[in-house]
Design a protein around this ligand. Structure first.
Ligand code: ZN
Length: 204
């Protein structure tokens, strides 16, 4: 009986500990959302965070994990002045619409630059963009997006195909292709589903 009490106590204690570390507005969420045939949501109420990328704030507007999307995934991304995505590539298509601010797109100009048997993305081409611009990145092209405006945030609407996407991350532009790190799959929103499962367990 004493053992049972201790078990219940520690289960409650650790559950409380987990919840205290979760974003407060998601601790009682019911993700994944059954988005159904249609659903209107207010983006101000959607959770956003950097997902470990400094200077970036990310909202999954429609995602593979959260909403069960199979064909596209839609993000709202904000980059603080100087903030950037990692140098990366993925097998999916990607489209950007610049809602606010300006920045620079770096795109690998030569995917077969080689030196000493190692193949590199090559020196990137530099393309500047500003509000109302759009650009896309073809599959497997190494790229990076940077907010070069020192005074204002960069707001991007991003659409990718074939979620959940698998991303190869490069430390920088000198990283050979075979040393890029696979984040497989790089699912932005997966941890909130874990939060939801914990929430359901607690409610029972
Ligand atoms: Zn990308």
């Amino acid at each position: 009986m004493k053992m049972a009490f201790q078990l219940i106590f520690f289960t409650f204690f650790f559950t409380a500990l987990i919840f205290s570390s979760l974003p407060s507005n998601y601790a009682h969420s019911h993700y994944p959302i059954d988005i159904g045939p249609a659903m209107v949501r207010n983006l101000d109420k959607e959770f956003q965070d950097s997902n470990t990328i400094p200077g970036i704030s990310h909202i999954t507007v429609a995602g593979a994990v959260l909403h069960g999307f199979n064909e596209i995934e839609v993000w709202m991304e904000t980059a603080a002045p100087g903030g950037s995505t990692p140098v990366h590539r993925h097998a999916c298509e990607e489209v950007f619409v610049v809602l606010k601010g300006s920045g620079t797109l770096y795109v690998a100009s030569n995917a077969s630059d080689s030196d000493g048997g190692k193949v590199f993305p090559g020196r990137p081409e530099t393309m500047h963009f500003s509000v109302n611009s759009t650009f896309h990145v073809a599959p497997d092209v190494v790229h990076q997006v940077l907010n070069t405006d020192p005074h204002q945030d960069l707001h991007l609407l991003v659409v990718v195909s074939k979620p959940p996407i698998k991303v190869m991350m490069y430390e920088d532009w000198t990283t050979p292709h075979n040393e890029a790190q696979l984040m497989n799959p790089f699912v932005w929103d997966a941890r909130y589903v874990v939060a939801d499962q914990t929430s359901s367990a607690q409610e029972i």
